[in-house]
Design a protein around this ligand. Structure first.
Ligand code: BG6
Length: 503
């Protein structure tokens, strides 16, 4: 039996931001409609912008309605009175007197009720806010006295990505958090882990006996992980220009997908086992040397398309910015399962489509039995058999292999089998933040990163970010046309290894 979901006060720090209106509140509404959210749950939004409870609820109603399917006003009206707002600068310790009073009055169960903080602010504010929470006494030992009185009275904190800006800052942030919260109270979130289609990778690999025996360097030629987006940086220029695709997508979402594809089977489906295996595989990544960067990675910035300006010319982007809107890299592992099998990762803005997929390309049979057939196309050198796990826009699995082509004489042709992996008939998945928030309320950390995991994922991309990465950045301005599949350098990355991107 999974642990019960405790009622709590969810304190969203950064309540007037994009994440709150676009993701968190639609997710909470969906969980409310699904019946997962305890009726006593309360939400307190904290942000600097002055606003009344009523104004905030109205803003949220509009954005939830625009984002969820079959919005039901009646169901929203059940949730709305439980949502309130406090205008305050959470990064200033002086604001926490007022915030604490509000928390005390809004927490179900009063003083000894449960409080879930959610850091939905810019990453530069994490440390000052955590320090201010610490100073407020809300998480201190005295508060924990409630627990001694056998009342849970838990305090937990969800930390949004990017968790720092590099390995050193992630370590520093881990230390700041550890000064206030215990590790089991810290939930480092990555919404890709809340996606049903991403979790489906675990079911595919570990609930079946047929894939695992061939899921290794002996049978797999290479793996591709693509997370392409058709949108540009939109209204997030300020955040994006100091972040870029590696920090925004690769260090978090793509490495998490990679971990699910490459990790060892845990001995049991339990939070600490799952986290340990994800951490292990990320720690087995060969860190690229500076002198290898040019042959193992490619960066890009979208140029002007027919419908608008290119990235560097976008208002708010620093002149001469070398922030990447596209990144591709080759990853190798130092472990028995994958030594010799490269994993290629790719992500970018303003590409041809919103498309997220994992491609497992199998090796060719040991010999081409059909090579003597005069009319046969033969068996391709890298193998025709591939498994494609599509994560977005639809959750589906496609298995391709060669079969006998119709006709009097023997020849081969590719056959493809397709399955609706999500079981939703192509309909949209629920907002991924919802199930993760529920997990945080029940104290399940399976789908959240621990301290070492987040540090290992930064270590894997650090060389592409700091000094020495100029070699990848010196000529990236306008190096790919919107609507395509990224810069030439990304295609060359695979071509050098005798391979090509699946799409
Ligand atoms: C976010 C990134 O974490 O993920 C965005 O900051 C990106 O830049 C988004 O657009 C993609 O998420 P999804 O769920 O739409 O694939």
């Amino acid at each position: 039996m999974p642990p019960s979901v405790d009622s709590c006060l969810l304190v969203i720090l950064g309540a007037s931001g994009d994440l709150t209106s676009r993701k968190l509140l639609p997710a909470l509404y969906e969980r409310h409609v699904a019946g997962d959210l305890p009726a006593e749950t309360r939400v307190l939004g904290v942000s600097r912008r002055p606003k009344s409870d009523r104004e905030w609820r109205e803003d949220l109603a509009a954005s939830v309605q625009a984002r969820v399917e079959n919005f039901d006003r009646r169901r929203w009206d059940e949730l709305a009175p439980r949502i309130s707002y406090q205008a305050a600068d959470a990064a200033k310790a002086a604001s926490w007197g007022g915030i604490s009073e509000r928390i005390a009055s809004a927490t179900p169960g009063g003083e000894c009720g449960n409080v879930l903080f959610f850091l939905a602010v810019g990453p530069e504010l994490y440390t000052p806010i955590v320090a201010a929470i610490g100073e407020s006494g809300l998480v201190s030992t005295e508060r924990r006295a409630c627990r001694d009185a056998s009342i849970k009275g838990w305090r937990r904190i969800v930390v949004e990505k990017p968790f720092g800006t590099d390995e050193a800052s992630a370590k520093a942030l881990n230390r700041s958090l550890a000064a206030v919260f215990d590790e089991e109270e810290i939930y480092r979130i990555d919404h890709y882990l809340g996606k049903e289609s991403v979790q489906g990778l675990l079911a595919l690999r570990f609930a079946n006996g047929i894939f695992e025996p061939i899921w290794n360097e002996r049978y797999v030629d290479h793996v591709q992980i693509t997370a392409a987006e058709s949108i540009g940086v939109e209204d997030r220029v300020a955040f994006y220009d100091r972040t870029g695709a590696i920090r925004d997508m690769i260090q978090s979402h793509l490495l998490q997908i990679l971990a699910f594809v490459a990790m060892e089977p845990p001995s049991v489906f339990a939070p600490d086992r799952l986290r340990a295996e994800r951490r292990d595989i990320l720690e087995a990544i060969q860190i690229p040397r500076k002198d290898e960067l040019e042959t193992t990675a490619a960066l890009g910035q979208y140029g002007p398309g027919p419908d608008g300006v290119g990235y560097v010319a976008t208002e708010g982007v620093a002149p001469g910015s070398t922030t990447e809107t596209f990144a591709a890299m080759r990853i190798r592992f130092d472990n028995w399962r994958w030594a010799g099998t490269p994993f290629y990762l790719r992500t970018g803005k303003r590409l041809a489509a919103k498309h997220t997929e994992v491609v497992v390309q199998f090796k060719a049979p040991p010999t081409d039995l059909f090579r003597t057939l005069s009319n046969a196309s033969g068996v391709p050198a890298t193998g025709a058999d591939r498994l494609v796990v599509e994560i977005a826009p639809r959750s589906r699995i496609r298995l391709r292999f060669l079969g006998r082509a119709p006709g009097a004489s023997f020849s081969l042709h590719p056959i493809e089998m397709e399955a609706d992996a999500g079981g939703r008939g192509g309909a949209a998945e629920p907002e991924a933040y919802g199930p993760l928030l529920i997990d945080a309320m029940r104290g399940d950390q399976s789908l959240f990163k621990d301290r070492e995991e987040v540090e290992a994922s930064w270590a894997a991309v650090d060389p592409l970010l700091g000094d020495g990465s100029e070699v990848l950045r010196h000529a990236i301005a306008d190096n790919y046309v919107p609507g395509g599949w990224g810069p030439d350098a990304a295609h060359e990355l695979l071509a050098r290894d005798g391979r090509a991107w699946h799409v």
